[in-house]
Design a protein around this ligand. Structure first.
Ligand SMILES: Nc1ncnc2c1ncn2[C@@H]1O[C@H](COP(=O)(O)OP(=O)(O)OP(=O)(O)O)[C@@H](O)[C@H]1O
Length: 511
């Protein structure tokens, strides 16, 4: 498939959970995952239970705040959101640069000691040096993502002034969009009521008059939104003029290339995350426990519509919206007032899907969405998800421990082991040429007969994510393990185009 627009760019994502009260002891549920997710694709994520798949999905959606790494989201406009971290970065620019310089100094000094040290000491220093490099790089990226090449400016005053001005104009745009929303909602509600009347019918003319007035109000707000956009464009033209002065400077260009208009999800405030929440939804594994038993199907689906202000109140319009979503998800209209316990597993999962999709998301994490269901129902739900994806242009992260489930739905498959991605490639490629021994073992464990085989080919238990094995984390269970695997972490390499793997003994590389 063509991969044009990145929707999520995840770099070195880490999610550590503290263990008890002991200091420095963590479950490293995600231990440095990098992955780009493209608009319109389905990425399957597989691995045994406990390897950190759900944590990854939840962290992307900011249900957990990530311990470290970067998650850039490109599905919404940063200018329209006007996040607070932009303002903070600009306002504290001198301080930020000072801090960055201190971190770079520390890194360079450490590097010098490292270069002069013997093998033993280097081994000891390795982790600290990596951490120091990372801290300096993070501080740099946080600034350069926002102001690009202007990080090289001798005089920070004009840079801070113009970028602050730009941010203020973005805040104006954000407010204009927020003010327009309830007016447009009123208009939609009124338009719905009018659509139920025929021309000439009693009340038609007065409703029509009311709708026309609301249309004028919406148009006025549209103008304000456009005016706010135009103000940003004016500041951009001035920034471009400033930029032109540096056009020939290769140093400026180097930093400018890292300017990034994506939204840095981990730096958002909670209300900002909430604003984006409707765009990123989660379908839970267990349709039995993820639905509130005291709510009817109508309440379950309607809840999101009200929370994200798609509807003003539980009225006829909302009722129709819910019915439409139910129809899209293969639920009969007479289910509307029933409770979750009155449904089968497959139907409950359809309700879960309807709840998530009612708010028109862009990105959906399907976490073991079919694992609890019978095989025949599984394929129905997978087909439904596939159809909905095509109709609504969705992007999925499809999490499962069962490779055979993701084969048909995924464009690409990522294989996870103990908090890391160990292999990533196009779906067919993973099945035809698995390069990681763990992927090979997962493939061999797919049942070929009616009788389900367990992961018998994988010897031993999964090691503890609190104290994972050194070197390649898989080496304790790998039949190809040699000396190097026990102490050197394998690099994440692109072995053939779009086929990434981290292993010292890659399989099928000569075919
Ligand atoms: N909130 C949490 N607090 C502490 N530890 C957690 C938390 N969530 C997950 N973990 C731990 O992180 C590791 C990864 O768990 P996660 O649920 O992400 O794995 P998974 O691959 O999705 O497995 P499963 O398919 O069983 O859900 C596990 O060791 C788990 O015990």
């Amino acid at each position: 498939m063509e991969r044009n627009n990145v929707l999520l760019k995840i770099t070195d994502l880490r999610q550590y959970f503290p263990v008890g009260k002991k200091k420095g002891l963590y479950v490293k549920a995600n231990d440095g995952i990098s992955l780009n997710i493209y608009e319109g694709e389905t990425v399957g994520l597989v691995g045994e239970s406990g390897c950190g798949k759900s944590t990854f999905g939840r962290t992307l959606l900011q249900l957990y705040r990530q311990t470290d790494g970067k998650t850039m989201y490109y599905g919404a406009s940063r200018d329209e959101l006007a996040p607070e971290y932009i303002e903070k970065t600009i306002r504290h620019l001198p301080h930020g640069l000072h801090e960055m310089a201190a971190l770079e100094k520390k890194r360079d000094e450490m590097q010098k000691v490292y270069d002069a040290a013997d093998e033993q000491k280097r081994l000891h220093m390795h982790n600290d040096l990596t951490a120091a490099k990372k801290a300096a790089n993070d501080a740099y990226l946080n600034i350069v993502n926002v102001i690009g090449g202007f990080i090289t400016a001798k005089d920070l005053g004009p840079v801070m002034k113009i970028f602050s001005e730009r941010h203020d104009r973005c805040c104006d745009l954000h407010k204009a969009i927020e003010k327009r929303a309830p007016v447009k909602l009123n208009y939609d509600e009124e338009a719905f009521k009018l659509s139920k009347l025929k021309a000439g019918e009693r009340g038609y003319d007065s409703r029509k008059g009311k709708l026309d007035k609301l249309a004028e109000k919406v148009a006025a707000h549209d103008k304000l939104v456009e005016a706010a956009r135009a103000e940003i464009a004016k500041v951009d033209a001035r920034i471009d003029a400033m930029r032109a002065k540096y056009a020939a400077d290769p140093e400026f260009q180097k930093h400018e290339a890292l300017l990034d208009n994506g939204i840095d999800l981990a730096r958002l405030t909670y209300p900002e995350v909430r604003t984006l929440r409707c765009q990123m939804q989660y379908i839970f594994q267990d349709p039995y426990s993820s639905l509130n038993p005291r709510m009817t199907v109508a309440n379950i689906i309607g809840e999101g519509l009200l929370a994200h202000k798609y509807c003003k109140k539980a009225n006829e319009r909302m009722h129709e919206e819910i019915l439409q979503t139910m129809e899209d998800c293969g639920l009969a209209p007479y289910f509307l007032h029933r409770y979750p316990h009155q449904f089968s597993g497959g139907q409950r999962q359809r309700i879960g899907i309807a709840r998530s999709l009612a708010v028109h998301p862009k990105f959906v994490v399907c976490d073991e969405a079919v694992s609890a269901l019978d095989v025949s129902i599984q394929s129905q739900i997978i087909n439904l998800l596939q159809d909905l994806k095509e109709q609504q242009h969705l992007t999925y992260l499809f999490i499962t421990h069962d490779l055979s489930v993701v084969k048909y739905i995924s464009d690409r498959i990522g294989v996870m082991y103990l908090g890391n991605l160990v292999e990533l490639a196009d779906s067919q490629e993973i099945f035809d040429h698995p390069m990681h021994p763990y992927t090979e073992a997962l493939l061999e464990s797919i049942p070929t007969t009616e009788e389900k085989r367990d992961l018998a080919v994988l010897e031993g238990d999964i090691p503890s994510p609190v104290n994972p094995p050194k070197g390649c984390k898989f080496h304790t269970r790998c039949k190809y393990c040699t000396e190097i695997c026990t102490h050197v972490v394998p690099d994440w390499e692109e072995v053939t185009p779009n086929h990434f793997v981290a292993c010292h003994h890659k399989l099928h590389t000569n075919e």
